[in-house]
Design a protein around this ligand. Structure first.
Ligand code: GEK
Length: 244
């Protein structure tokens, strides 16, 4: 990694911290930022590939919603060659998609991969055997989440799989506090200073809105999924699978 790819976005005092947006300054440091900020991130990405191998059916569609630089897309592409499947990688940040296009150009593969610039709440989902929401639902306004999950359910084929990975909120508050402190210690261990941790927290306040595991599971069941369960958790980050 070069020094310009190291996440230092919040290392200097910013005064009034602006709200976090996925612009080109974030794109430049994104892989470093997410690896050093989300405990278990690489494990979740690797297992997304494993789940794809199990669930992706011939001639079906996969959706990577909030794809950023395509970590999940790349993880599943490796595993589903020769199934004539198509991956739709969707993001509303043009800066992310521009960079992803160059990454994909450098790593040709037989699985068709289409990039879509748009809001994941607006795109059509059809003939899906796998839908991935890796750390994206947390940025969707709370009031729009049930409708999005419902549309994903409708677009999935029977026995299709939805993966949702998120930052989570816990009750009681003492447990939430403990897991949050453990997360901050993880970030310190990854080289972030207390200033970086606190300024990033201010930047994502009300931009990233975590929900409880139970809220996710109740909503998935209400939307019709026959099963929904967490398969991974590290501190206040976790991943669920839901099967139609
Ligand atoms: C990974 N999945 O590496 N519509 C489209 N894109 C959106 C929306 C929306 N409504 N809201 C946010 N995004 C990736 C990481 S990052 C997670 C996902 C993080 C996009 C946003 O532009 C960004 O690229 C991505 O979702 C969230 O596994 O930074 O914590």
């Amino acid at each position: 990694m070069t020094d310009s790819n190291r996440d230092k976005l919040f290392s200097k005092p910013l005064g009034k911290v602006p709200k976090f947006v996925f612009d080109s300054s974030v794109v430049d440091v994104f892989p470093d930022m997410i690896q050093r900020s989300v405990p278990g991130y690489q494990t979740i990405i690797n297992h997304t590939g494993e789940l794809a191998d199990r669930f992706v059916e011939e001639n079906s569609h996969c959706y990577d919603l909030g794809c950023s630089l395509g970590a999940s897309t790349l993880a599943i592409r490796e595993r589903i060659e020769n199934r004539n499947a198509t991956i739709y990688a969707v993001d509303n940040s043009q800066a992310m998609l521009d960079k992803l296009a160059t990454i994909l150009e450098g790593q040709p593969a037989s699985t068709a991969t289409q990039l879509i610039k748009g809001d994941i709440c607006d795109i059509q989902i059809t003939n899906a055997s796998l839908v991935i929401l890796n750390f994206t639902l947390q940025f969707v306004p709370l009031a729009q989440r049930a409708e999005l999950i419902s549309r994903i359910y409708e677009g999935l084929n029977t026995n299709g799989c939805l993966i949702i990975s998120e930052k989570l909120h816990f009750e009681p508050e003492s447990l939430n506090q403990l897991l949050s402190e453990l997360h901050h210690q993880f970030k310190r261990d990854q080289g972030y200073s207390d200033l970086e941790i606190s300024q990033k927290r201010d930047a994502i306040d009300k931009v990233l809105m975590p929900e409880a595991l139970e809220t996710h599971i109740d909503r998935l069941k209400q939307c019709g999924f026959k099963s929904a369960s967490p398969w991974f958790q590290c501190y206040n980050f976790g991943s669920l699978i839901a099967i139609k």
